[in-house]
Write a protein that binds this ligand. Structure first.
Ligand SMILES: Cc1cc2nc3c(=O)[nH]c(=O)nc-3n(C[C@H](O)[C@H](O)[C@H](O)COP(=O)(O)O)c2cc1C
Length: 216
């Protein structure tokens, strides 16, 4: 598969969370997903362990079940948080963005089970309980690979979104998919062709507020 003519900077600044623009009706070839996962494996991992796993779900019934768990978790999450506009009362621009994010997240939550491919990135920690220390070492060995997958997908005309709300039902989803006890889920990546032409860079909080040169 050829990739879109994107410069590295364009790829990095336009790999957005795609929700409303996921094409739910267009099938995604499994080979294309494999190609993106092959690129995911170029990510770093602690001691080069590569103890990541990617569960690719295309079965309609399994997707529907995961979608139900996701929506249940999303509904609880939404009920427990302030309204989008109230979250940033002193920053109108950020509040407006948040309203759009919530609107888009709600759209996806109501349709997660219809997204043609759901990829769950997991890590085999070798133990059923997550280690109390060095969480960064554990998750740092999975999450860069998941982001690589998203970048590779974007370069091939596929949209993805980083989602974690399914984790409220991690055990149930593990049972559904036969994921072993020692394997922990890190992120659920709905994957579909996207509609429309391209994506824009997002507004972010200013760099000077979060960069600390030679000390905090
Ligand atoms: C750790 C993490 C968890 C996230 N969980 C969810 C989620 O469960 N559902 C969702 O719709 N988006 C989720 N997001 C996506 C964020 O809302 C999104 O990255 C953010 O609004 C910035 O938008 P952008 O990715 O388009 O730049 C998550 C992102 C991260 C990094």
């Amino acid at each position: 598969m050829t990739t879109l003519p994107l410069s590295p900077d364009e790829l990095l600044t336009t790999t957005r969370s795609v929700r409303k623009r996921l094409d739910l009706d267009r099938p995604v070839p499994l080979e294309l997903v494999r190609e993106c996962l092959q690129l995911a494996l170029q990510a770093p991992s602690g001691s080069n362990r590569q103890n990541w796993h990617f569960v690719v779900v295309t079965d309609a019934e399994q997707r529907a079940t995961i979608g139900e768990y996701y929506l249940r978790s999303y509904t609880d999450y939404s009920a427990a948080r302030p309204s989008a506009a109230d979250e940033y009362p002193d920053d109108g621009r950020r509040a407006a963005t948040q309203v759009r994010v919530i609107d888009s997240a709600t759209y996806l939550a109501e349709r997660m089970g219809q997204v043609p491919v759901l990829v769950i990135a997991c890590i085999d920690a070798g133990t059923a309980d997550l280690p109390a220390s060095n969480q960064a070492g554990l998750w740092g060995s999975l999450l860069p690979a998941a982001w690589n997958y998203m970048l590779a997908a974007r370069a091939r005309g596929l949209g993805t979104a980083w989602t974690t709300l399914h984790l409220a039902y991690e055990r149930q989803i593990a049972e559904l998919l036969g994921i072993p006890d020692t394997v922990h889920q890190g992120v659920l990546l709905p994957t579909a062709y996207y509609t429309g032409e391209t994506f824009k860079p997002a507004h972010r909080q200013p760099l000077h507020e979060i960069v600390h040169i030679n000390g905090w």
